[in-house]
Design a protein around this ligand. Sequence first.
Ligand code: BG6
Length: 331
Amino acid sequence: MGHSAAVWDHKAAVEVTKDWNGIDQVVLRSPRGSSTRVSLHGGQVISWRNDQGEELLFTSSKAIFKPPKAMRGGIPICFPQFGNRGSLEQHGFARNRVWAIEENPPPLHPNDSKGKSFVDLLLKPSEEDLKCWPHSFEFRLRVSLTSDGDLVLISRVRNINGKPFSFSFAYHSYLLVSDIRYSSCTYKHSVVFSEVRIEGLETLDYLDNLCHKERFTEQGDAITFESEIDRVYLSTPNVIAVLDHERKRTFVIRKEGLPDVVVWNPWEKKSKAMMDFGDEEYKQMACVDGAAIEKPITLKPGEEWTGRLEISVVPSSFCSENLDPSPFLRP
Ligand code: BG6
């Protein structure tokens, strides 16, 4: 745990508390008042607030905060399997395990610590995990909050096995939006749109989970939401934008090592079928996940993989032409 800005008290910036199940949660704060909360259950980010104290991630009012299942919302980690693409439990076991805080992890690049509040978490497989997935690994997750309030997640998976293994991965990010439903109306002779729109995935191929994972090609336009959607977009750019017109803000998702993007909204019927999700709550969320799914990551003994995600929120006048294609090369 740490914070490197000289004038900023790192002890006040990183606080460990217990939830009502006795599991540790870590709260990170930025000098300007943003904060994020990470549960050691799943290594899951369960809250991210801007400097006005407004929540930016969706959490269901019916979420169950009780192990062994992951809480519905925030950013659960899907590892070592995504969805039902394998023999393990849905989305793998990492989101259902209790992680540990690691005080002195192997170092990251100095830029990953500079000016940030952060916590380092570690997951190692239990005896039970090794029975269903017989691969020894160390999974290190650093969650950071920059001084501007951006959320940064860095995952490092190391093979400490004698043999190679493969896995898939996703940061299952539940973004909080005003109203996902696309609608338009005419006001004073001009068309007014209410919409949430994803830019950056136009013209790409995707696997449609609602059509037996069949491959399709996205047509030219940005993605808007009019019905259930459950897709894995392939070979995506490193920067994606999720625009929320009503809130006049844009989530900018920068990623590295994560070629795919999952887009999920359960819409009306599926919402009603999920016991930990309100019937109408699909309107307030969009999952847009940086992921590695189509081509699983393979690690030889001793090798390590890194997958990074940075989410920032900017005013909605921002659009895809402004997106910097080299997300982590900024000073
Ligand atoms: C999405 C999957 O990422 O997660 C969907 O593409 C799935 O198929 C959804 O329904 C939620 O999964 P879970 O296990 O958290 O209910």
